[in-house]
Write a protein that binds this ligand. Structure first.
Ligand code: HEC
Length: 96
């Protein structure tokens, strides 16, 4: 691999990673809008006394609501929605 090829590979990798991140957020947003607005709107995620205070608690709560609804999501979908809600509303820094 010469230098140009190496640079090209780096650019392609970066694009792939960015595309994956965007796609996940999109999936998370779409799933949330489609399935999660019948009982509570997004004010639930911003209420003063919100229950979720860590990333893993957020993941658990997403899963709990999802199981209640019998949506049968894949783990990736749970992760996408967790990531989406965190980016939009919760802003936890740690992946835990
Ligand atoms: C059947 C009604 C219902 C639907 C539909 C629903 N939820 Fe919930 N959700 C609740 C209730 C009720 C609570 C409050 C639980 C509590 O306060 O103990 C809640 C709370 C939450 C919270 C925690 C809010 C906080 O306090 O920080 C999150 C996150 C959440 N839901 C995510 C989701 C997601 C994601 C979906 C779609 C998969 C969803 N919910 C769909 C009923 C629902």
């Amino acid at each position: 691999m010469n230098k140009n090829h190496a640079r090209m590979a780096t650019v392609l990798m970066t694009l792939l990673v960015q595309t994956a991140a965007t796609a996940d957020m999109e999936n998370g947003r779409a799933l949330t809008e489609r399935n999660c607005t019948s009982c509570h709107d997004d004010s639930m995620y911003m209420r003063d006394e919100r229950r979720v205070t860590t990333m893993s608690a957020l993941q658990n709560q997403v899963q709990r609501c999802e199981i209640n609804l019998d949506l049968k999501w894949f783990e990736d979908d749970i992760n996408d929605v967790t990531g989406y809600l965190n980016t939009q509303y919760y802003h936890f820094e740690s992946p835990q």
